[in-house]
Design a protein. Structure first.
Length: 128
């Protein structure tokens, strides 16, 4: 083959390698989302409580964002964080997170489950 074809072949291999690396890194960075969604499916099947859903959201947030930005959040600041990090988050179930600090944990409602799934799927992280 002529030298020009070798150059094109080498550049194509390098390009495919870079694209493959980009896809692999993207796949690995979204691993916590896949885990959270599978846990959410299990919680849905087992009649989750509001506390269960909040723990799932907090765990996913701690994997996606720096711990110092997420760990201490609770109450209205936690809800504001969820709203800030996800465009078009359905707010129907968000108010249920206020009942986390009640004496007994209430069952999670469908709006809360929908909101949690939406947040896990669509929250925006600078490096994701």
């Amino acid at each position: 083959m002529a030298p020009g074809w070798w150059l094109i072949l080498v550049l194509a291999i390098i390009g495919l390698g870079l694209v493959g690396r980009w896809f692999w890194r993207r796949y690995r960075r979204a691993h916590y989302r896949r885990i959270a969604l599978s846990q959410l499916r299990l919680l849905r099947a087992n009649e989750a409580t509001i506390t269960d859903i909040n723990q799932l959201l907090k765990a996913a947030a701690l994997r996606a964002f720096p711990p110092e930005q997420v760990a201490a959040l609770h109450g209205q600041r936690w809800q504001a964080f969820l709203l800030k990090t996800c465009q078009d988050l359905p707010t129907d179930g968000l108010a249920e997170l206020d009942s986390l600090y009640a004496a007994h944990s209430c069952p999670a409602t469908e709006p809360l489950l929908v909101m949690a799934e939406h947040w896990v799927r669509r929250h925006e992280v600078a490096h994701a």
